[in-house]
Design a protein around this ligand. Sequence first.
Ligand code: ADP
Ligand code: MG
Ligand code: MG
Length: 889
Amino acid sequence: MVNAQGKYVYDFHEGNAEMKALLGGKGANLAQMWQLGLPVPPGFIITTEACKKYWSDEQGLMDLIWPEVQEALARLEKVTQKTFGGGEMPLLVSVRSGAPVSMPGMMDTILNLGLNDDTVERLAVASGNRRFALDSYRRFIQMFSDVVLGIEIGEFEFLLNQTKRKRNLTHDHQIPADALEELIKNYKKVVKKSTGREFPSDPWEQLRKAVEAVFKSWNTQRAITYRRINKIPDTLGTAVSIVTMVFGNLGDDCGTGVCFTRNPSTGEKKLYGEFLINAQGEDVVAGIRTPEPIEELDSKMPKIAAELRAIANQLELYYKDMQDIEFTVERGKLYMLQTRNGKRTAKAAVRIAVSMLEEGLISSATAVTRVTPEQVEQLLHRQVDPDAVLDVLAKGLPASPGAAVGSVVFDADEAEQLGKDGKAVILVRPETTPDDIHGLFAAQGILTSHGGMTSHAAVVARGLGKPCVSGCEALEIDLAGNCFRVGGKIVRRGDIITVDGSHGRVMIGEIPLVQPSFDEDFRKLLAEADKHAVLQVWANGDTPEDARRARSFGAKGIGLCRTEHMFMAGERLPVMQEMIIAASREERMRALDKLRVMQTEDFLGILDAMEGYPVTIRLLDPPLHEFLPKENELRDRLRELTAAPSPENDAEAEKIQKTLAKVLSLKEVNPMLGFRGCRLGIIFPEIYEMQIRAIFDAACELVRQGKNVLPDVMLPLIGTQEEMRRLKQMVDDLAAEIMEKHKTSVHYLVGTMIEVPRAALIADKLAEYASFFSFGTNDLTQTTFGYSRDDAEGKFLAEYVRLHVLPENPFHVLDRTGVGRLMRIAVDDGRRVRSDIQIGICGEHGGNPESIAYCHELGLLYVSCSPFRIPVARLAAAHAALADSAPKK
Ligand code: ADP
Ligand code: MG
Ligand code: MG
């Protein structure tokens, strides 16, 4: 680290973009813009190191850094030719927080620091605009009181509104000087009343308190919550940037704005943003006045607009990424106040990555890492069915794409509560603030009546990938009455609405939603990802449709085809039941023959659909009682039948008696650990024989048609070598017999799932017979932890995670330490015995990015996941490979 001993303060010219850890993102980028020769107001940065030390010794640290701060401020006075706390032209500064990682809206900036009753008059004279000076002062008192002194800002807002109301004014900038003067007096009274002390008039005291407030803000509840949601370490600390004030509120040749170098919703390469004439700082993002689109700047301030576009290009060339820029215009001169890599929707992330790759700005590897698996997941977000007939209640801005249906709530706490109960809610607010973050997090969608595309609600929703409609001005929200009105219509708390954040529409009731399809950019990006990935991505799928979908999403095989689902379907279940309750072998064989014909059809379909790729078919796994009716249902029916005796009823009753007897005999105390999987295959070989015949009849038939089919037969729940040996023998014998019958040959493998710890521990023994292993990590997690998933997730698992007894739900994120260690043993031992053994994973973890990274580390051949997660898995596989090949720090 560049931190020289005891140096806590850096002038802009001493820093650059590489120094984010020390100077924070905002500070490092301000310094970098300075290095690039862009118009940045002069300033300096107090490092994150100071913030870290602040927490162990508050006053000691402040005393330690203060002389450095004073020196830096003296240098600032010199370059700006202004004086802090006096002089002809008083120096005012902003005090801004900035962590190494961008945390939008988390920590508040203080503007116009340095004003007091004396300097405000000097500013009035120097600017020739007394109204402006007083307006700046009144904003300063309000912000400082809120952020530093912790006074409720409601009272200030009340006084401000009262002033406007008394004079019939709608906007803050219309308030005349005399009214501002009175307002400032009243503001100070509020401060005196709430703190018992005068508002601090010494600029040095103001500065010291403000710097401390920034340090303190690192550990506010909302900052902690944001870090937790976004997995940002608590140890980073924030830097403090102290920047000479420039003024966007001096008149109509002034203004302030926010823009993105490309469209953050669609990724289109076009400057995109908003600005306000005669306004300061947060006015644009606060959503109080609705700002104008950046295109308007071209006609209102053409010179500034041209300069801004040129700077936007320059910044993109330097950062090689889309930038989010904040600027202010003071009396016809443009100042840059911030740049950072812009947040963007998933759609925009893909578009920008692909177009920057095509523009030659970034490499393929960079393009692939620019999109996160989570964003790919968002792209698979729901949209309003284009065929639905819509009665649009109101239109607002399309602030964050996707559509959501839920019941209306007006309060963040309530949204959180209902969200916890699993209810789908839409949070409806005039505007949102960082204090609503938990409600935004819990809601399915967000709707605000005020605010633009860069309002708090819009930015946060895009980050969370939630649909949001903002600036829906037609909404008259009545918070007290728990309802909103649009025209004559009234929507109350609890009513169902649909918000369409892709188009900015709001509809009453539940509108049908559809899954989106891949677009061209998405395909290109995934094709790039495949160039880097080492792991293949296969799919879990049981039907020809699943197989086709999997192929269209880019699957290179079926990693798990469960055969039991085939028996559950429609007309097959009665035949399956017939087989199970059969009294004699003949009866059972009759039923099995019927099932075999059906299974052959199934396998013809799925093998054909996956032609050229392996299809891993798992033989019957669940306990047989799962195919039979429930005991109490049978008893109820029996009671009905015996209550009304008749020849037909008696006959049915007799059949039910038989079924009931079977149900009782199959009843298990713990079915998960009971008579299932290969145990069935050993004790009732007829069932597996039937399935194996169906597989090879189908495969031989397709081979004879000239098709390249690759069936892999997977044995479930193997735990001993003898189970593996016997069943492998069974498959080989039957396969040989059937291939002989068809006079053809099929390339096939026999292998096993590794889903009980013992299988992993004797992997070397299993590998003598098994040509492949597939980690069934759902069951392997259950049996390794000794948790039954349904019981654990229903009862204690969430609480375990909350209490940090477990870092995560091990059914979502693979437990590397325990389950992962068993996998490691199985991989190593299996390969020692059979070097070319094919190994993959087919548990749900196969679609989870963190688990995929571990599979990459283990050197597996493939991960197999549900068809809809394939795009996520392909990207995650590429990321794992790229992280692996990146130079280690
Ligand atoms: P955030 O982290 O919320 O983006 P910033 O520190 O960027 O907070 O401050 C918010 C806004 O305040 C900026 O976008 C800018 O408009 C205004 N601002 C900050 N510093 C200055 C300054 N020195 N002069 C004028 N405006 C400023
Ligand atoms: Mg802010
Ligand atoms: Mg900012």
